[in-house]
Write a protein that binds this ligand. Sequence first.
Ligand code: NDP
Ligand code: 8X3
Length: 251
Amino acid sequence: MKNKTALITGATSGIGLATARLFAENGIHLILCGRRQERLDALASELQNQTEVCTLHFDVRDKSAVFKQIEGLSEAFSDIDILINNAGNAHGMDTIQEGNIDDWDAMIDINVKGLLYVSKAVIPKMIAKNSGHIINIGSTAGKEVYPKGNVYCASKFAVDAINQGMRLDLNGKGIKVGAINPGLVETEFSEVRFKNDNERAEKVYQGFTPLKPEDIADVIWFAVTRPPHVNIADLTVMCLDQASSTIVNKT
Ligand code: NDP
Ligand code: 8X3
């Protein structure tokens, strides 16, 4: 794995950040993407004594920025072996009748269209070299709809469908495609969902032991280190206390 190159979207926080750190420890060259440049800079300086690092600053919703930045990668980083399609969030948690249209737009544009834009920018070179590995970060929300999850769940069901579609269409081209679907992971996810109402966000993870972003990074690492003939196609990971999207053993 050493000296392979990975592009990670959403590397400034949570699952993407933990994955970047684990990949760096193992000598994987990193293209770290996100919107918060100061965090990208801090992470790059943290990891650059372990591996080669570059950063790309773009909003995955911005189609032209996505293509411009990825196509403009320097030669040292342009040969991408691993794509971690991780950037995404929930925005709001309301019934369908009370949902905010801007929140709906954000979730569809970021979690679905953004993932497609980044994939479209990366896949041609993987096809040309007949190798690559794409990991799409789905969710238990993409397997089971929960009350007030409506559009976020729809966006993650779409990731599930895109993951399956990618695997079908890229079959025979030497490219592994798989989804990792986490349950509740304590990250900035709920702060974003509840628009910085931190008290409400903290409650989501109280009374049980949720997954940590490092737990998902471990699973991603497992997926990317399988032998060449093995592809982890679809894997759901929950903490011990979680049985489904709505059944969580809280004290
Ligand atoms: P965080 O909020 O901690 O991280 C989200 C990351 O996505 C940040 O790095 C953020 O970077 C990036 N991001 C968000 N919007 C955009 C955008 N428009 N353009 C570019 N980057 C963006 O959440 P998680 O780590 O938990 O989430 C990562 C993925 O895991 C998401 O796809 C989420 O749906 C999924 N997931 C999370 C679960 C959880 O319980 N936490 C469970 C299941 C799945 P920046 O703001 O710098 O752009
Ligand atoms: C995040 C998991 O249950 O908060 O995708 O929607 S959940």
